[in-house]
Design a protein around this ligand. Structure first.
Ligand SMILES: *Cc1c(COP(=O)(O)O)cnc(C)c1O
Length: 342
């Protein structure tokens, strides 16, 4: 514990309950967990230990650097960005690449790697992955593929592209040695059993994200909390913060928080965000600074310097309020927060 004036309160029971719900929604398919970007900002090690204890067996990160940071936890980690030349030298057995281009397939073969790998097939994202045509032409023949994957472009929307990607992915059946197939992220799970195959890969919903109706039972996991650095009285007609974007309509009590855009509480929360002391709503007044945020505390007259307030951070509501995505809201949370599991 570094005793920062900022902390993320992380609800371990909610994280595990969310995974359990997504596992149930995945039906017969196993349910993995995307823990890239440091577990979407929560801290990958804290997430992995808790989900592994709950029964999760498949974890996904972006890079080998992220995977190696988890290697001592004894879990299997797939690297979604595949394998670069630089990654080939040091490959712990429980880490495998999700090969994502013909070049990567060649690199894996050239190393004589009959070690298991995963493979990403591109069915419409045009981001990472080999094409269905390359698969048909035999690019993957002879590889020891654990999981064949593709990734949905718009699973959070009801669009025809979902069914087209499903058909393209299903059309690869029997074309590879893959033991398992995997297509669905969090919102893909909600598209129903046709999308589940053998393994699902939720990320955002584990951490409290809700994108589609079946996610209704997903619980908030992350709550930022900030300490009050000082209290002040602001007179009617005075302004608060940079560029005087807020003018006090009356005399008011204001608290200054140790929280700012350098922590991921971005300027879009200026004059919009809400802090809470118990049930009392304490609105942000003025612009968010790099390290400081002002809130009106008229509704909580007993607050004192050193007290902590919680920041409203329900992901769908906060995304709607701020214009940021649910993903940005989590992954932007900075290094100055202590991450405290409870
Ligand atoms: C990030 C990612 C996921 C998880 O997506 P969510 O939308 O957060 O559930 C799954 N698969 C791949 C390939 C990803 O990159």
């Amino acid at each position: 514990m570094t005793d920062s004036p900022l902390r993320l309160r992380l609800d371990a029971a909610a994280l595990v309950a969310n995974w359990t719900l997504l596992d149930r929604l995945s039906g017969a398919a196993a349910c993995g967990a995307a823990v890239k970007a440091n577990g979407y900002g929560l801290g990958a090690r804290g997430v992995v230990t808790r989900l592994a204890a709950a029964g999760c067996r498949d974890f996904f990160v972006a890079s080998w650097a992220e995977a190696r940071a988890l290697a001592d936890l004894g879990v299997t980690v797939s690297v979604l960005h595949g394998v670069r030349a630089e990654d080939m030298a040091d490959r712990p057995a429980q880490i495998r690449p999700v090969l994502a281009s013909a070049e990567q397939v060649q690199r894996w073969r050239a190393a004589g790697a009959d070690a298991p790998c995963d493979v990403m097939v591109d069915t419409g994202m045009n981001r990472l992955g080999v094409s269905p045509q390359q698969v048909a032409e035999g690019l993957l023949d002879g590889l020891a593929i654990e999981t064949l994957m593709s990734h949905l472009v718009s699973a959070d929307e009801a669009v025809d592209l979902n069914a087209r990607q499903l058909a393209a992915f299903a059309g690869l059946a029997g074309r590879t040695s893959a033991r398992r197939r995997s297509l669905a992220n969090s919102s893909g799970i909600a598209l129903g059993p046709d999308y589940h195959f053998d393994l699902t890969r939720p990320g955002i919903a584990l951490y409290g994200g809700r994108q589609r109706a079946p996610h209704a039972g997903i619980a908030q996991v992350v709550t930022p909390e900030a300490q009050i650095l000082q209290l002040r009285r602001v007179q009617a007609g005075e302004t608060i913060g940079y560029n005087a974007t807020y003018t006090a309509p009356r005399d008011m009590a204001v608290a200054i928080l140790n929280l700012g855009y350098a922590d991921g509480y971005l300027r879009c929360f200026s004059n919009k965000g809400i802090a809470r002391a118990g049930a009392a709503a304490l609105p942000v007044v003025g612009r968010i600074s790099m390290d400081l945020t002002a809130i009106c505390v008229d509704a909580a007259p007993d607050l004192a310097e050193g007290d902590w307030v919680a920041i409203d951070y329900d992901l769908p509501a906060t995304a709607a309020l701020s214009g940021l995505s649910q993903y940005e809201l989590l992954t932007g949370l900075g290094a100055r927060f202590d991450r405290v599991w409870a």
